[in-house]
Design a protein around this ligand. Structure first.
Ligand SMILES: [Zn+2]
Length: 344
């Protein structure tokens, strides 16, 4: 990336950070029935030298909180304002309406701030949050890391990139290489009629976005936080925002190369579920992945792996749209996210 000249002051919401300043404040959100304002906290760190503006956002989904710690560690401990080239915008909780009720989606309208339109300042409640995040933060960034988490601690840390947009492909691949975890690649170009969500608008404006999925999402724990911090610092090194060479990830399994999402494996019967493989293990087509058994202990279904490949997580036990409620499934429940690896 060519050096980006940043203005002397960076303004996000009510925060204005001059060169060499780290400031905190809020992006104005929505007013609730009791007139409390549900705002979006933001940290802005403006380095002393020119460089790109990196945006780190966590907790688009309210129960995925590891990225909050990653943002704190990067912005408050790891990075020194004197040596930072460019700026960092940190949004610890992208959907405060989800986070406040320990829910995946906004409790008011059950919507996802990452899947709503960003062009409706007078839209529904979650659309207004999306509008605020786009207008005040995402639209001002040169690079975006959107940090999510799977629920179970045995999930595979991975990143998802879309390389179907020629204007962002090179930078997205460079971010993924630097972050250094298992990479799931999609190459479908953005359709012309795709709704203007945060991710789609960024792709349209040529802003590269990478989606990271840490693990044990309801807690602040290792290895998620160290992997997340190392990955973000690696991206900053790769884009010359700080000195140093990217460090390889450690302490987690990594499936190398180009991997592709195969699909969601679902239960056909109801009952308790026993998992028989680990995320990141190579699994042959037809091998037993899990079994579902009833309250008498009889096995009702042996769930088979549909393809030669891997799973990255077992999102079972869904309750209120998210996984990890209870180790039990109903017919149609998600059991595993499966992926395959391209031949080298
Ligand atoms: Zn998520």
């Amino acid at each position: 990336m060519e050096v980006v000249l940043i203005p002397n002051k960076i303004t996000v919401g009510d925060v204005s950070a001059a060169r060499g300043e780290l400031k905190k404040g809020v992006i104005k959100g929505v007013e609730l029935v009791n007139n409390a304002s549900m705002d979006i906290p933001v940290l802005v760190m403006n380095g002393k030298s020119d460089g790109p503006t990196l945006l780190l956002m966590s907790t688009q989904h309210g129960i995925e909180i590891q990225g909050i710690e990653v943002i704190h560690r990067v912005m408050r401990h790891e990075i020194n304002l004197d040596s930072l080239r460019g700026a960092i915008i940190g949004i610890p909780v992208g959907n405060p309406l989800a986070f406040m009720h320990h829910q995946y989606l906004s409790w008011i309208d059950n919507l996802d701030v990452g899947r709503e339109r960003v062009d409706r300042s007078e839209g529904n409640t979650t659309e207004r949050l999306a509008y605020a995040i786009w207008t005040e933060a995402w639209s001002k960034a040169d690079l975006i890391v959107n940090i999510h988490c799977n629920t179970r601690p045995d999930s595979l840390v991975y990143q998802w990139i879309n390389v179907g947009n020629p204007t962002t492909r090179e930078h997205v691949e460079k971010m993924a290489d630097a972050f250094g975890v298992t990479t799931i690649v999609s190459d479908s170009p953005l359709p012309d009629d795709a709704p203007p969500t945060l991710g789609n608008m960024a792709a349209r404006k040529g802003i590269p976005v990478i989606l990271e999925e840490l693990i044990d999402g309801r807690w602040i724990s290792e290895p998620s936080t160290s992997v997340g911090v190392r990955g973000v610092l690696n991206i900053m090194k790769a884009f010359n925002m700080i000195d140093g060479d990217p460090e390889p990830q450690e302490g987690i399994p990594i499936v190398p190369g180009v991997n592709r999402f195969h699909g969601i494996i679902r239960a056909n019967r109801g009952g308790l579920i026993r998992l028989m493989k680990k995320p990141g293990d190579h699994i042959e087509e037809g091998e037993d992945l899990a079994e579902i058994y009833d309250l008498y202990g009889d096995i009702l279904e042996k769930v088979k792996m549909p393809v030669d490949g891997y799973v990255w997580a077992f999102p079972c036990g869904q309750s209120l749209g998210t996984s990890g409620g209870l180790q039990a499934v109903q017919a149609g429940a998600n059991i595993a996210y499966a992926f395959t690896r391209d031949k080298d």
